[in-house]
Design a protein around this ligand. Structure first.
Ligand SMILES: [Fe+2]
Length: 177
């Protein structure tokens, strides 16, 4: 790890992901409590060197996750109902929104602790850039005045088999080299 921030999210050196280039399927699905517009993943990876490399090692589906204006997505870790050890996402709409992480949220009174304050780490996606995102640390999402569209991968592998730090190291060592 080069940087303290890398444990939350890491910008992947990849071609940009743009809404107008995505091969959309006429299929709606639901995963992780979101409505998802499915993407034709095999077509998608033909045009993106990084995703093509990744798919050969770790198969995935892909889709667009939509969040309505002025919504909060509650604090959570992606274990249990939304079980996943790592996410790869790109913000594909120019919508102001914020992700927050917290390493000690459970100290708050509202979370069953004794404290009125906890630490937060804010994060904003750069538009159209692909990120590795650590879903095992408590996080929440705040969306402001526009619909928010997030390109997102869903890996076939189980939570135990593909985790954030492992995939980060694999990309750094074997893709970037
Ligand atoms: Fe999450």
């Amino acid at each position: 790890m080069n940087n303290a921030y890398d444990k939350y999210a890491w910008k992947i050196p990849s071609d940009p992901i743009k809404y107008e280039d995505l091969p959309l399927l006429d299929v709606k699905a639901e995963y992780y409590h979101f409505d998802v517009q499915e993407i034709d993943t095999l077509k998608l990876i033909e045009k993106n060197e990084f995703l093509n490399w990744l798919f050969a090692r770790h198969q995935f589906r892909s889709g667009i996750v939509k969040m309505d204006p002025f919504k909060i997505y509650d604090w959570h870790e992606d274990v249990g109902a939304t079980n996943r050890g790592v996410c790869i996402n790109a913000l594909i709409s120019p919508s102001p929104s914020l992700v927050m992480w917290s390493d000690n949220l459970r100290e708050l009174q509202s979370q069953g602790g004794n404290s009125f304050q906890a630490d937060i780490v804010p994060f904003q996606y750069e538009l159209n850039e692909l990120y590795l995102f650590n879903p095992s640390i408590m996080h929440s999402v705040y969306n402001f005045e526009k619909p928010r569209l997030l390109f997102s991968l869903q890996f076939e592998e189980a939570y135990e088999d593909l985790k954030y730090e492992e995939l980060l190291n694999e990309i750094k060592n074997e893709y970037i080299g």
